[in-house]
Structures are given as C-alpha cells and as structure tokens.
Design a protein around this ligand. Structure first.
Ligand code: SF4
Ligand code: SF4
Length: 325
C-alpha cells in the first residue's frame, strides 16, 4: 500500500492555512509557491479536501479555510480524502518543498516521525481487520460466468496478504487457477446490530504445499480434518496478494465504514458526493438516515465514514448536485 505525495501536500496545505491565516489570503497559487509544485495539482487536491468536507474554497477570491479547527481534523481524515496510489512505501514525500518558505523549509522535520507512526498504526489497523477474518464466504466464477460460493477459513494474514488452503481435487481449486480472482465476506457479531462485516476482493496465487505445516500449527483443528501427512498432501495454499476491501461496523451509532487496499491495489473513491452545483436548499438533510450530511458549507458535504450509500440525498436533490461514484 502506498500513499502518494498528494497526502503530504494536503498536510502542507493545512500547515500553510494555519501559519499564514492572519497575514495572507491562502489561495492555490499561494500554496503552489510554498509547496513548489504546479497549481493544477494543488487545485486537484483542494477539490478532494473540499469533497471530503475538510475545507471551503471561497468562490471568486479562492480563499481556503478549514471547515473546523485543525485539532479536530485528523491525519486519518486527510488520508481518507486523498487516495492511495502505486506500490512501495506507504508515504512518498513531495520532492522539493521551497526552502525559502518557512513552512516549506520545516515540513520534513515536522512530519517525518509522524508519518512513520501513522504507517505503523495503519498497518496495525489492516492487521486488525484481516485478523478478524476467519470463516468467510468466498465467491468465485465458474466456466459459464456464474458465481459460486464456498465457506473457506482464512488461515493466516499479514499486512499485505490473506492465506487459505484448499484441496487440489475441488472445483474451487480449478476456479481459482482459471480466474486468479475472488471476493469474500466475513461477518463477526452476535446479531446484525452488533456485527462488523469485512468484504475483500482481490487477486490470488497458488503458493503450494510448503506453508501448510505452519498453517496447521496456527489452526490446530485442521489436524482433525486432515489427520495424516498423506492427507495433508492433498492441500495447497493460496495467497490473496493484492486487493481492496471494505469494513462496515453496524455496532456503532452512526454506523462506521472504511475502505482499504493492500498489495498495491488502487482504491476507487466510491459513494455519494456533493458537488459545486449544490444550492444549499437543505432538502437532503431530513431524508438522510445517518444524519451524515454537513450543512452550511459551500457546497454541503457528506461524512463518508458514516454514509449508508442509500441514495436518498441524490433522489431529492433539486439541483442534481449529488453524484454517485
Ligand atoms: S447516501 Fe444516504 S446515508 Fe449517504 S448521505 Fe445520502 S442520504 Fe445520507
Ligand atoms: S438537496 Fe442538493 S442542492 Fe439541496 S443542500 Fe442537498 S445537495 Fe445541496
């Protein structure tokens, strides 16, 4: 998983807004001077931050302001607004902040340790999601293009992969080999309203027998199903090595959702977003079951982590300002 320099540019933007708020109108051209990059890139990132409800950009003057005090905007909020890209390290710092600008000169010293801490924390979160996955329902596609499901236990995980095994004689094995892709869902909880659901879709590859003894040691019940080494030899390990996932926690009020990717997969921003066409009429507010539309901004914005994707706001919007992506 990697986060592009757009993330650190976004943090640079917030640092500039805070540092220069008393002295200058902070616009995209002003920011381009401090960050030392093309204003078009800045404007794209500003649009992402605006769509995420983190800033407002005044029409006409282009003045940028955060929608709430900076101490209430977390690095995770900014990360959610800026998509991860490409393989490699989690963070790619923008190359050459302007040393003549006081923020540009100090931005590395300010952020380097914090970015490392975030990387560790995010990898822990990824491990937490994947370690909660054990018995899953896995979907593959047959030769006629139709879906087939199977109950499959995930035997192990690390920050970039899930591991499971299957017998080579099964149709499931053939489908994995032919398609190299699967989707799975796991639900954990006593009942619907106490449940956390995790869904993952991604690429799989066969690793073979070598890892099986270690997986049996982690999942001792497997010895009851395949009690001898000869029986174990019928099995082979698969790795889900690249993919995207969604995590949905119905036990929280309002509900919480989050997306993640691993192994370098690109994550598409999905959901409902309010565009500049918003006229601030407020018609969307009473129909939102999660109360996750923040009024008053220009435009209004949706708290993505609480949105149910029900589409009610899009149906009632008289200005066609709500987009489904
Ligand atoms: S899609 Fe539904 S839950 Fe999400 S903001 Fe619109 S009305 Fe609210
Ligand atoms: S209904 Fe549409 S135009 Fe009205 S506030 Fe909501 S998003 Fe904006």
């Amino acid at each position: 998983m990697q986060i592009s320099s757009r993330f650190t540019i976004a943090l640079h933007i917030f640092a500039c807004v805070e540092t220069f708020k008393e002295e200058y109108k902070v616009t995209s051209d002003f920011l381009a001077g401090s960050i030392n990059t093309n204003p078009v890139i800045i404007r794209r990132i500003l649009t992402q931050l605006k769509n995420a409800g983190l800033i407002t950009v005044a029409r006409g003057t282009g003045g940028i302001e955060p929608t709430k005090p900076l101490e209430e905007i977390s690095f995770y909020d900014v990360y959610q607004a800026i998509e991860p890209v490409e393989n490699g390290d989690l963070f790619h710092f923008h190359e050459a902040p302007n040393p003549k600008c006081p923020v540009g000169r100090n931005i590395h010293a300010l952020l380097d340790d914090k970015l490392k801490a975030i990387q560790n924390a995010m990898e822990d979160e990824m491990r937490k999601y994947t370690s909660e996955i054990h018995t899953t329902i896995v979907a593959t596609v047959d030769d006629e293009g139709l879906p087939v499901t199977a109950a499959i236990d995930m035997m192990d995980s690390d920050e970039n992969s899930l591991y499971f095994l299957t017998a080579k004689g099964k149709g499931f094995y053939d489908r994995l080999k032919k398609r190299g892709f699967l989707a799975l869902t796991a639900i954990k909880g006593q009942d619907t309203m106490s449940s956390v659901a995790v869904s993952v879709r991604g690429k799989v590859r066969e690793l073979g027998y070598e890892r099986i003894p270690a997986l049996f040691e982690k999942n001792l019940y497997m010895h009851q199903i395949y009690p001898t080494e000869d029986a174990m030899r019928a099995l082979t390990v698969f790795q889900i090595f690249e993919g995207t996932g969604k995590w949905f926690d119905l036990s929280k009020k309002p509900i919480e959702r989050a997306s993640f990717s691993f192994g370098g997969a690109q994550q598409r921003a999905e959901g409902f977003f309010i565009t500049d066409a918003c006229i601030g009429c407020g018609s969307c507010l009473p129909v939102c079951p999660q109360n996750c539309i923040i009024p008053g901004g220009d435009p209004f914005c949706i708290e993505q982590e609480h949105c149910l994707h029900c589409g009610n706001c899009m149906k009632v919007c008289p200005a066609g300002a709500v987009q489904k992506r």
